[in-house]
Design a binder for this molecule. Structure first.
Ligand code: SF4
Length: 374
């Protein structure tokens, strides 16, 4: 088998944010002051969640990326990040050049915390900038100000972290082309190696969607959103950032390992409220709210999609994900699917190197063919 030391990622979800941004449809709990007891309780539950899943990932896997996402991970006291990283180091095989990313929001970027995250091992920061212009920040219902954004990268640099990137949002009504260009130019001059650029979405259930539906806020036209996107692409490519995925641009060698794990259909262990995991042929879901997740952990009844359900129902979704990659993702996807089926015991390699159905595979051959043909 050629899956010895297959690469994998680990994701930790940190659920709290200072406020709820108007456009956000992630699971996040708005709370300015999270108490020490709440952090300790969450840490304990995350450790339990990790323990309950780690066995699925210990064999022939090597962790190449750990990612703290949210929510706002930069709200977490450093001991939380340190404890979670030591959990990974103690229980899983990790690569020597492990990428450890933590998402930071400008308003909760404390210099002392960033230094301690770096000491704990964090070597990559992804900053939720979105815009430096107050009109756009106000439209998005963001808490960060131009001032908090402007000092952000200095703090990261002072902590000795050299690899950092940022998110921006375009397609905001009233957003000028020159503002987008200024944001990008500013990020580049601050040394960002990676930029994720998203067109504003109006997701069901968000405050922004309600405001637009009630005609209290305007929406940018699709044409304008497309023009914004074209501007970002042309501007960044001219500056040496290549578009390696629809919304993601990076300097050579600075592509996000964490994102590539998702898009290339690699396994990942997701831990924390609302996080899901993928073993390579099974998907495991965690409950979407803190109380429900706590109950689920107590009962120990994680929801698991058997591999066949996963492929039949989520195959198109995963295939679309691979199509987003701009480097021949389809081929990678097919290879990965074959390797996963081989690992699950449904396929075996013949002497001539061709794949054959095993006895178990014969029973599920229709579904397997259906999946591979998608
Ligand atoms: S900071 Fe991010 S996760 Fe938190 S509410 Fe805003 S968009 Fe959502």
């Amino acid at each position: 088998m050629n899956n010895v030391h297959q690469v994998m990622g680990v994701y930790f979800h940190i659920p709290w944010c200072d406020i709820k941004c108007a456009y956000c449809d992630f699971y996040s709990i708005p709370k300015k002051n999270v108490t020490l007891e709440e952090w300790q309780d969450y840490l304990q539950k995350v450790q339990k969640d990790f323990e309950s899943k780690k066995d699925y990932f210990q064999k022939n896997r090597r962790v190449v990326s750990v990612y703290f996402g949210g929510g706002t991970p930069s709200k977490a006291p450093p001991f939380v990040i340190e404890s979670l990283l030591s959990l990974v180091q103690k229980n899983l095989s990790t690569a020597a050049n492990l990428e450890i990313t933590l998402e930071v929001n400008p308003e909760s970027a404390f210099e002392s915390h960033i230094k301690e995250y770096a000491t704990a091992g964090v070597n990559r920061i992804h900053a939720g900038v979105q815009s430096r212009h107050w009109e756009s920040l106000r439209y998005l219902g963001r808490l960060n100000t131009e001032a908090s954004v402007l000092t952000l990268f200095q703090k990261i640099q002072k902590a000795g972290i050299k690899n950092y990137g940022m998110d921006i949002i375009t397609g905001i009504p009233g957003q000028k082309f020159s503002s987008i260009q200024e944001d990008l130019q500013w990020g580049i001059s601050e040394g960002v190696s990676h930029i994720s650029s998203y067109s504003l979405m109006y997701e069901e259930g968000t405050a922004l969607k309600r405001l637009v539906d009630n005609h209290r806020k305007k929406k940018a036209s699709t044409r304008r959103q497309q023009l914004h996107f074209d501007l970002v692409r042309q501007f960044l490519e001219a500056q040496g950032y290549s578009q390696y995925e629809v919304s993601n641009f990076a300097l050579p060698g600075k592509e996000s390992i964490h994102n590539l794990i998702y898009w290339k259909y690699r396994p990942y262990l997701g831990v924390g409220v609302s996080a899901h995991s993928f073993t390579g042929f099974e998907k495991n879901y965690r409950m979407e709210t803190l109380p429900d997740w706590g109950i689920q952990l107590e009962k120990g009844d994680a929801e698991v999609d058997p591999w066949i359900g996963h492929f039949r129902l989520r195959g198109p979704q995963n295939f679309m994900r691979s199509l987003r990659l701009l480097d021949g993702g389809q081929r990678e996807l097919y290879i990965r699917k074959l390797q996963n089926l081989e690992e699950a015991g449904f396929l075996q390699k013949s002497k001539s190197g061709l794949y054959q159905l095993t006895d178990s595979g014969i029973k599920f051959s229709d579904s397997m063919l259906l999946e591979m043909g998608k």
